[in-house]
Write a protein that binds this ligand. Structure first.
Ligand SMILES: Cc1ncc(COP(=O)(O)O)c(C=O)c1O
Length: 371
């Protein structure tokens, strides 16, 4: 079957390769790794995910329900703030519930059944993340309680959670652990578990998984706690692309723009927010002498929905394919239908080379989000 355009295409073999690596880390380190849905919730792939990891972390009621329905287990749940109208349903479907503040703990703790394990998110105030948009470790961050505001732990707390990394290596985690132990280590003898959040990009080439395993093993033994990691990106890292095609080429004021049937703001918002420049399968994000430069323009009406310049060996023409690499984590989950822009289809490239179309989107999907 031909891949439609636009379409997110997940490659089965690449996902399985990541899952195997993640599973070997959790086994060798004697820890538990769960999937952060916020980074990857393509549930048609969960039958594979479930073969390697037992659970997932949810950050909203919708993700809690998805975990119960499609992973078949209650979720580890952490929401930045719980709403009183949703808390009952969230806690009934969670195995772990983590609060972001003491005020939320006190507001909801009476509604938490005894079998649900309670945690607090703390801020170790160390991170290697240089982009402020992705750095939750500032002393004034709204995410997590800082040590100066946590003199004593409330009775029901049996776990501590932190999340301060993003596409980081194991040496960054080592530094976070030093800061975490300095600031919160005195609570650890009373804790059953420590959740070290996400941002552990163990599936990136060159990541020192042996060092990670060593670190986690040492921490687990030293403190006698169950260790949980909840990466999102690491699961879907380089597992697939966004396939698009060119609808028009315009030349205004000497700037050639290739307009494709997708959009940065609707389908790849991180390219504008972070910002970053994705690689292409069939072009270069860096200048190549003798190649043809084009601005790539999205099909939305946002004036800034473009990335400057990409280089192509041959002049571009209507119908040419533009394939944006590594567009599965944090892209599919962040899309919108702003402008009514056509939502990319979702498909899987199977191990045997066959393409399986999972879902296409149309007018009803656009309409059902509005009224
Ligand atoms: C609390 C928490 N856990 C886990 C993750 C997953 O992080 P990553 O996808 O970078 O591994 C995030 C990402 O924002 C997060 O906020």
């Amino acid at each position: 079957m031909k891949i439609p355009s636009p379409c997110f295409v997940l490659e089965e073999s690449k996902l399985i390769q990541n899952l195997k690596l993640i599973d070997s880390v959790q086994k060798k380190a004697g820890i538990e790794i769960i999937l952060a849905f916020k980074g990857f919730s393509m549930w048609s792939a969960f039958p594979w995910v479930k073969q390697y990891v037992k659970g997932a972390t949810a950050s909203s009621l919708n993700e809690v329900i998805l975990c119960n329905e499609e992973m078949g287990v209650k979720s580890h749940t952490y929401c930045v703030a719980y709403g009183a109208d949703e808390f009952k349903e969230i806690v009934a479907n969670s195995s772990h519930i983590t609060f972001n503040s003491l005020s939320q703990y006190h507001q909801f703790i009476d509604q938490v059944p005894s079998e649900v394990s309670v945690g607090l998110r703390v801020n170790p105030e160390w991170s290697d993340v240089e982009t402020d948009l992705y750095n939750p470790s500032s002393p004034v961050s709204r995410l997590g309680i800082s040590s100066k505001h946590l003199e004593n732990l409330p009775d029901r707390v049996e776990g501590l959670h932190f999340h301060v990394l993003c596409e980081s290596d194991s040496h960054a985690l080592e530094n976070v652990l030093k800061s975490f132990e300095e600031k919160f280590g005195h609570f650890l003898p009373k804790m059953k578990w420590v959740n070290m959040g996400g941002g552990h990009l163990m599936t990136r080439q060159g990541y020192d998984t042996d060092h990670l395993i060593q670190l986690l093993t040492n921490f687990r033994k030293k403190h006698g706690v169950h260790v949980i990691l909840e990466p999102g990106s690491a699961f879907a890292w380089q597992t697939g692309d966004l396939h698009t095609s060119i609808l028009d080429v315009v030349d205004n004021g000497g700037k050639k723009t290739a307009i494709f049937d997708g959009s940065f703001t609707c389908h790849m918002p991180d390219c504008l927010e972070m910002p970053y420049r994705p690689k292409l399968e069939n072009g270069s994000e860096k200048k190549v002498e003798g190649w043809h430069p084009y601005r790539l323009g999205g099909v939305s009406c946002l004036a800034g929905d473009f990335l400057d310049d990409y280089w192509f060996e041959e002049p571009l023409k209507v119908g040419d394919a533009i394939v944006f690499k590594d567009m599965i984590h944090y892209t599919m989950v962040k899309t919108s239908t702003f402008n009514g822009v056509k939502h990319p289809s979702i498909g899987i490239l199977k191990e045997n080379g066959e393409f399986q179309l999972i879902k296409t989107f149309g007018y009803q999907d656009f309409k059902s989000r509005l009224s």
